[in-house]
Design a binder for this molecule. Structure first.
Ligand code: SF4
Ligand code: SF4
Ligand code: SF4
Length: 259
């Protein structure tokens, strides 16, 4: 019997810090065996060999789309890939690069660059603004649970089961005393998607939403709670801008408090 062919994995990067790629390759001790199940056909962090031409069984794409050529290339990768998963907050919801969506593009460019001749940036968007995405590995950087779920699902040819509830659920499961209720700390846990195991509240720190908003998040309700705690409109806007500023859930809060 012929040995089963390993799925061909392509890892692509757009505007971001490359931390997701780095995390997957160098820091995930528990999933080393799972990673051996893949043929790294294209991954610049691992090797300069390989081409982005494909075809790929799985494309992992990190980073926000902030230039027109990236959107064009992403569409080509989509056509060459059986599955395409967005990896990390930048790719899933715009992440930190989406902060620039809060200002007119021209103003942002002028603030950063003196000579705009070679600057071709566009308003930042997550991958799903341009292509169909088969799943989202959330986090900045993603945690081992979701990485393992994504990779083993591809190997087992099943749909990945990503968590779709808030950090509060994980926090309660760890028996934490709520720092929002008990100590008045402005924790973003109620609107943030689970996956990190409530890392920050478990260490008496308010969640700052690096996993990005969960789908059904009621941002305005949490913002009103922050207001009652004495946070200024600027502070509230800042909390809903750091990650996922371009998402429906957080944009709604920003627009309300900036009005
Ligand atoms: S999600 Fe975070 S770790 Fe991943 S590329 Fe973006 S900024 Fe870096
Ligand atoms: S500490 Fe934060 S994450 Fe934990 S239950 Fe309270 S609001 Fe939710
Ligand atoms: S608690 Fe919030 S800020 Fe901390 S790791 Fe989890 S999602 Fe990120």
């Amino acid at each position: 019997m012929q040995p089963r062919r390993k799925p061909r994995l392509g890892f692509f990067k757009y505007s971001c810090c490359a931390g997701c790629e780095f995390t997957l390759i160098f820091f995930q001790r528990r999933i080393v065996e799972t990673l051996r199940g893949f043929d790294f056909a294209y991954c610049r962090m691992v090797s300069s060999a390989g081409t982005p031409e494909g075809p790929f069984d799985l494309a992992l794409v990190e980073g926000t789309i902030t230039e027109a050529w990236q959107a064009d290339e992403l569409k080509k990768i989509r056509r060459r890939s059986r599955l395409l998963l967005a990896i990390g907050s930048c790719a899933v919801n715009g992440g930190i690069p989406a902060i620039k969506a809060t200002h007119p593009e021209d103003d942002v460019q002028r603030r950063v660059y003196r000579d705009l001749e070679n600057i071709h940036s566009i308003r930042p968007h997550a991958l799903d603004a341009y292509v169909r995405v088969d799943g989202e590995i959330k986090g900045c950087p993603p945690g081992e649970r979701d990485l393992e779920e994504a990779l083993t699902s591809v190997l087992m040819q099943k749909k990945p089961d990503f968590l779709e509830y808030s950090v509060c659920i994980e926090c309660k499961a760890r028996n934490n005393i709520c720092i929002l209720v008990a100590h008045g700390m402005p924790c973003m846990g109620p609107v943030t998607n689970a996956g990190c195991g409530a890392l920050c509240p478990s260490n008496q720190r308010a969640c700052y939403s690096c996993w990005g908003p969960m789908k059904q998040a009621n941002g305005l309700a949490l913002a009103r709670t922050f207001e009652a705690l004495g946070l200024s409109p600027e502070d509230i806007v800042g909390k809903f801008t750091l990650f996922g500023a371009d998402t429906v859930q957080y944009r709604q809060v920003r627009e309300h408090y900036e009005a």
